[in-house]
Design a protein. Structure first.
Length: 123
């Protein structure tokens, strides 16, 4: 299970980075700006849940700050391209997703930690 979670986390992270840096012409058109923010929040919610589940021994704050730094780096990289724009509201949406993902992953992390302790005591 840990390998599957780590693989899922890193593949999802790569997908978010690649999709965030693709030229807009390669992405589906968006009708509403709010959909863009929802995509940011949803993407980082998934990354937070996967990251926190994949690395249960890592402090929550470290994982969440790492993801926030990733979001900031993506916005900076978008500003450096000629085809995308960095946006602080996108970073805020990333932060909302990270906080929601952190809250949703709390019971999952406790369950994984308990299962890990159980396996160690039996092994």
């Amino acid at each position: 299970m840990p390998l599957l979670l780590k693989t899922s986390f890193w593949l999802s992270t790569m997908a978010v980075v690649v999709l965030s840096l693709l030229p807009v012409a390669y992405l589906p058109p968006q009708s509403f700006d709010i959909w863009d923010k929802t995509q940011h929040a949803a993407g980082f919610l998934v990354l937070a849940v996967l990251g926190l589940a994949a690395y249960p021994a890592t402090p929550v704050l470290r994982v969440c700050l790492g993801l926030l730094l990733l979001g900031g780096a993506i916005e900076f990289a978008q500003s450096a391209t000629g085809w995308r724009q960095g946006d602080l509201l996108d970073l805020l949406a990333d932060a909302v997703g990270i906080v929601l993902g952190g809250g949703l992953s709390w019971p999952l992390r406790r369950l994984l930690a308990a299962a890990s302790r159980h396996v160690r005591h039996q092994g």
